[in-house]
Design a protein. Structure first.
Lengths: 231, 110
């Protein structure tokens, strides 16, 4: 009886997978060849002819090895995620924060929406620029092949990152205040949290999303025009 | 026979559809597809396994080693809930494409 596993192992030499994973692939491919060969023998072929036909399913073993590696490697998924999500996301975050710093250096300050002391503080020049950054993130993600949901996620990424920072910072600073024995007025904290949440997270998030949606609409119009222009 | 370029795009649909009826190992899968399409779609070993590994990585199918009555170990694939969920939109996309091509090429049923 032919040792299919040894044959496949030899043909797929250099299959750079984890040892257990490579053994499984070899066993699976060998089992397929064995089944094919047996079927050919049942059809009345000689053993040599059956083996030859079974092996003819793989014209190029190097090509098969390459395809298996490409399909199995997780790095490729990671690379895709990095290109579609993390690079455009962090770029959008960094640029929008740099923009805020520049505006601040230029002397442009946040303003209260209402003259009421409980009014929400809005940084209108910053908010006016955010759709551009949302659109930029969406464009880069879309160019990298990001899905609609990914593209929109990337466009609002700065707001999501700031939300996490807020969620972490508030309990942390409250704990510090309590440890230091300072009195904490929870109702004022809740008011600040709500106002800052609206002014620094919700509204900027909406501005970024507007940019993301506009970019996506423009990109889909362009791609549909391109498909209409085929031929 | 269908040209290889067109076949490539239908491969995912073929594998997911055939697994909808129950778990199969690679060889059985290839045979089942060939039988059900009257030989129009044929998977060789070289085209089947890279595809199965890709689908497995996406979480649409799951392969588990099983031992048959004859004591042979074969890796059986079954559709995961994510794969079942994915099958409907893939079918809809292909169906839309076929309708569009039919209109375009004025192809009618024989």
């Amino acid at each position: 009886m032919r040792n299919w596993e040894a044959l496949v192992k030899q043909r797929l030499t250099g299959l750079a997978l984890e040892p257990g994973e490579a053994t499984e692939v070899i066993a699976e491919v060998a089992a397929h060849l064995e089944d094919t060969c047996e079927e050919m023998l049942r059809q009345g072929l000689t053993e040599d002819e059956a083996v030859r036909r079974a092996l003819s399913q793989v014209g190029d073993w190097k090509d098969l090895r390459r395809k298996i590696l490409a399909a199995k490697r997780r790095e490729q998924v990671m690379e895709k995620r990095v290109r579609q999500v993390w690079i455009p996301g962090f770029l959008t975050l960094i640029l929008s924060m740099l923009f805020l710093t520049v505006l601040y250096r230029l002397g442009l300050r946040a303003r209260l929406v209402w003259s009421d002391p409980n009014g929400i503080l809005l940084y209108t020049p910053w908010l006016a620029g955010l759709p551009f950054f949302g659109a930029l993130g969406a464009y880069i993600s879309s160019r990298a092949g990001g899905s609609r949901a990914t593209v929109l996620f990337v466009s609002v990424f700065p707001a999501i990152a700031l939300t996490f920072a807020f969620l972490f910072m508030f309990p942390f600073s409250l704990t510090i205040e309590l440890i230091m024995g300072r009195p904490v007025d929870f109702s004022s904290v809740a008011t600040v949290l709500l106002k800052d949440g609206i002014g620094w997270l919700l509204i900027p998030g909406a501005a970024l999303l507007v940019g993301g949606l506009l970019a996506q609409a423009l990109l889909s119009t362009r791609s549909s025009l391109r498909s209409t222009a085929i031929g | 026979m269908i040209a290889p370029g067109i076949k490539r795009g239908t491969a995912e649909l073929a594998v997911l559809s055939v697994l909808e009826d129950g778990p199969l190992h690679g060889y059985e899968m290839a045979r089942r597809i060939e039988e059900q399409t009257h030989g129009s779609l044929r998977f060789t070993l070289a085209s089947l396994y890279p595809l199965l590994y890709r689908l497995e990585k996406r979480g649409w199918v799951r392969g588990v080693w099983e031992t048959s009555g004859t004591g042979r170990r074969r890796r059986c694939y079954r559709l995961t809930p994510a794969g079942k969920k994915k099958l409907a939109p893939i079918r809809a996309e292909w169906s839309e494409l076929f309708r569009a091509l039919k209109r375009l090429a004025k192809v009618s049923h024989a």
